[in-house]
Ligand binder design. Structure first.
Ligand SMILES: *Cc1c(COP(=O)(O)O)cnc(C)c1O
Length: 358
């Protein structure tokens, strides 16, 4: 029986995406070839790559605005390196908003390239909120932020405008909400949270910010090289890209980002309302900064852990344990999570309340 999978990543994808991806492993669009064996230079795969790159810009309303889309390998973690390699000048500096482990990870890698400045940090409160009052140095080569903090369940609701190029790690909330994406100069996201299987990273970059760097960039790390080769500088991760395309097509059929955003708000409201109502649970993230993608909560009384764990496991729920640095529980309710699964979780929390009272 299919589980209600609240895992933070790799995570749930739409059922029809699982089905179509599985079919393509056996026979891709009646080519008589598997997606796993077809040449990435074949016209079938080139068409897949072109459609995926175009659909990203269409869904984010970024067409004809000077952006390029790449599907590379190495995860979001490799972009921690590729971003300073491409954007930081020798002797330059970059500014970081420290909202958690991933934000910090991006900064640590950048330290090998130049000066890094933390404009604000929520670390003293174990990253349970998003700092808002800070100034970005005007001479920074770029400003880096993390739109959704997967581990803590916080999400940036507003973004600063600044002279420096704005770089954003959107690994865990890409394609989940409407906003003006042209405010960003470079967006990156590992596929495995809200777009596809692990194995590819989406990069959306404004071409005008590239090529200004005064250091030597190895080709494999050079965004301009990947752009010149239309995201096929070397063999692309064909299966991960094809499956991501299937998710993007599914998203478009659901009314695009505006359509999914409504559903995401409904799902998150359902769960947060129960966390706030039920006296046996407590929310982790500051209310104003609550994520619509990763919902973090704890038990009011840790002694009830065994009872609650048994209940959700027997309700066919999977992946609910919180990250080890936060503890408690984390329900990841990405785009593909059906509202029915959220309803099962809420019903389980209500059942738990009854057990404790009686
Ligand atoms: C999961 C995650 C990462 C790490 O991604 P990898 O693809 O494993 O390198 C980075 N940033 C955020 C916000 C994440 O959620």
């Amino acid at each position: 029986m299919k589980k209600h999978n609240f895992s933070a990543g790799p995570s749930i994808l739409p059922t029809e995406v699982f089905e179509k991806a599985a079919a393509a492993v056996l026979n891709l669009n009646n080519t008589g070839l598997s997606i796993l064996e077809i040449s990435h230079r074949s016209k079938e795969f080139v068409a897949i790559m072109e459609e995926a790159r175009a659909l990203v810009l269409e869904l984010l309303n970024l067409e004809n605005k000077g952006y390029q889309v790449l599907f590379l390998q190495g995860g979001a973690s490799l972009e921690f390196l590729r971003v300073p390699q491409n954007l930081m000048q020798v002797g330059g500096k970059a500014a970081f908003l420290d909202t958690g482990v991933w934000a910090n990870g991006a900064m640590k890698v950048a330290q090998d390239f130049g000066e890094t400045v933390i404009v604000a940090s929520s670390k003293p409160k174990n990253y349970n909120y998003i700092p808002t009052d800070y100034t970005i140095p005007t001479d920074a080569d770029y400003f880096h932020c993390t739109s959704n903090n997967t581990i803590y369940g916080t999400q940036m609701k507003t973004f600063p405008s600044t002279k420096a190029p704005v770089v954003c790690d959107m690994s865990s909330d890409i394609f989940s909400r409407s906003m003006d994406y042209s405010k960003f100069d470079l967006i990156y996201a590992g596929a495995q949270k809200n777009m596809g299987p692990a194995g590819t990273t989406l990069i959306i970059v404004k071409e005008a910010i590239l090529g200004k760097n005064n250091r030597t960039i190895p080709n494999i790390l050079n965004y301009q090289q990947h752009i010149a080769k239309e995201s096929m500088y070397n063999t692309p991760p064909v299966f991960a890209i094809y499956t991501s395309l299937l998710t993007l097509q599914w998203l478009k059929s659901k009314g695009g980002i505006a359509g999914i955003e409504k559903l995401n708000e409904t799902k998150a409201n359902l769960l947060y309302t129960e966390i706030d109502r039920n006296p046996y649970f407590e929310g982790v993230a500051n209310k104003a900064d609550r994520s619509l993608m990763n919902v973090t909560f704890t038990l009011a009384n840790p002694e009830h852990k065994e009872t609650f764990d048994q209940l959700w496991q027997s309700a066919n729920i999977s992946g609910l344990n919180g990250h080890r640095s936060v503890g408690g529980y984390r329900a990841s309710i990405y785009n593909a999570m059906p509202i029915e699964s959220v309803e099962v979780l809420v019903a389980t929390m209500q059942e738990f309340e009854k057990r404790i009272i009686n």
